[in-house]
Structures are given as C-alpha cells and as structure tokens.
Design a protein around this ligand. Sequence first.
Ligand code: KIV
Ligand code: ZN
Length: 387
Amino acid sequence: MTDKSRVLIFDTTLRDGEQSPGATMTHDEKLEIADLLDEMGVDIIEAGFPIASIGDFEAVSDIAKRAKTSTICGLARAKLPDIDRCWEAVKHAKSPRIHTFIGTSPLHRAIPNLDMDQMAEVIHETVTHARNLCDNVQWSPMDATRTEHDYLCRVVEIAIKAGATTINIPDTVGYTAPAESAALIRMLLERVPGADEIIFATHCHNDLGMATANALAAVDAGARQIECTINGLGERAGNTALEEVVMAMKVRHDIMPYDTGIDTTKIMNISRRVAQVSGFPVQFNKAIVGKNAFLHESGIHQDGVLKNVETFEIMKPSDIGITETNIAMGKHSGRAALRSKLNDLGYDLADNQLNDVFVRFKALADRKKEIYDDDLIALMSDTAANT
Ligand code: KIV
Ligand code: ZN
C-alpha cells in the first residue's frame, strides 16, 4: 500500500462480534451481513473461526465464494490443523487471508504453559505454515498491550520474518489508553526490523470506553488497519465501532487526514440489520447510529437547526443514510418547530391559528412522551372542528 493516508477497515462483526454471548447469527443472516459489508467498501471481512464449528466453517467458505471486492479472512489459533481448516474455508475467495494468533502476555503464556523461547518457536512454525498456504497472512499477539515490550518486539520480528504481511496489535481486554496505544505502535515501528514493510493493525476492546480513541491514536502513530465491528458489537463492552472511527476520520479530516474506502451512506442500514439479526439493540444515545444521534427536541436546538442546521449538527444525517426528519416533537419543542412540522404535513397556519394549536400541543406533550405525525394530524382535525 503506497498511499500513506489510506486506512484499511477490517470488520470483525461476524467473528469477534458474533462471539458476544447471545449474538449468534444464522447462516443466511451471516451471508446477508457479509454482502452489506462488501457493498459498503469494507477492505477485509473477518467472516468467522472455521475450526470452531461446522457452521462457522460453512459460513466462512460461502462468504469467501460470494465476496465481490472484500478480502475474506478466517481466524485460526497457533495450531497447524486450525490453520489448515481456515485455509480450506477462505481459499475460495478472490482475495483470501489467514489470521493466526497466540496470547503473548505473561498471563496468556501461562495457559499453554510455554516459556518465551518455546512460544517464539510456535510463532515461527505456525506463521511459516500459514504463509506456505496463502500469501496474505495476519498475525496477532493476543493481549499485546499487556505484553513486555522486549518480548513483543521479538515475536513481532519473528512473525514478520516468517511471512506475516499484517501485524495486528490487540488490546484484548480494553486496558490501554490513547497515549499508550499510540506509543506502542510508534515503539514497534522504531524497534522492529522490517516493520516498515508490513501493515500494523489496531484491534481495541471497549472495556473502559476508549476503543474508538485508542484505535484513532494508533492510526496517528502509524497503524494503517483498524479492526472494528458494526455498532461496536463484541464480547463484554464490545469492540471499536466501525461507524465511529470512519465518521470521526471523515468529519475531523482536518486533524485526522486519513481516508477509508467506506461508503458512509450505507452505515445506517447495516447498523439496523446487525441490531436485528444479532438481537443486540443499539442504545438510543449511541454515537452516529443511535435513534437520538441526530434528533433535536429542545426549542432552542430546534429553532437553531431550522435556521441553520450547522448550529447543532456536525455531520449530515444523509451522510450515514438517514432520511427521516431530525426534529422530534415533544414538550420542549417551540413554535418554530411546530410550524415547520405542520408545514411538512401540509398545513399552512396563520399566526393566531398556530397560537391556538401550540397551546393544545403543549398540553398533549405534557401527557405523552413522544408526539407522532398522527397526533399532530388529530390535533389539526380538532382545530378544524372547533373553528
Ligand atoms: O481481542 C483479541 O485479542 C482478538 C484476537 C483473536 C485478535 O480478538
Ligand atoms: Zn478481539
């Protein structure tokens, strides 16, 4: 990749996202989400963990067969049978990738009971094996942010020499913070021989609510692939949300001058579909895709956006594919918003008529949390009956 401003988007909704307890998707739902990711311009789709189950294998292999432009990636532990199974699933893709990983922090090294040298040997063997099967290999030192820096540099160098083309740096437990996330990438770029010939990826979890900030800080430091999920779906507090990092780089391009290949107008549709098929609703005030993210109810805000939308909106709802109105009618709404809303519904009122409707609208809004178009139409027919 020669364009230094281009950041690759690696979506793992179908792998890390689907690992959230209760978020299991059916085969057909996975194919549908993969199609939407492909159409929206995601560079790499991590479609599943082929050794995990026959269902996962079939999903990855079917997604690999139908993907039009995205690279299709499967996950594999640092075991040769896992890697073989992963290759069997992804090999049908126009552009396949094997992603293999092992936990490198002291806590994770203790689980397979490997010392540093033994683990280094496993990394060399498994990455070499993956690279003999596929020329696009990603390697991840799981729990990288809690791995000793000297050891992290050592194993990253081994993986690069064994043929890894992308090195992913996971913050597996959402433990890092933006300054540290950036410093880690900078340290690896400075210290590891061959680091400038591969792509560094950032993979953040949201346990402390910093996944988006940590991913963007890593990009500032030189990472050129962000791993993320739609709606931030993922285990525990979730992963970096695709819509947040993409829109942050678009809206604040002045201070984050990075480009992605994402068609942002497709964001809202895929967000809604992922919420439906995963059964994980999106919180109302979630950045970018929450129900309230573009809605204004207070009179001052409504008056402001009706006069100049930029007073209270930093991006256009249409940029992410929202077509609905951004004015929510409720007890905080003012006359200007009511007039504008009634105009949209086809009513053109004189000032005295508006005053009368406004009094009754406020009384209704005190009794009812949300006022829908039908409520306003009913209010208008009462007005007509009373005059
Ligand atoms: O969070 C993590 O460490 C992962 C790895 C498998 C990349 O999801
Ligand atoms: Zn993860």
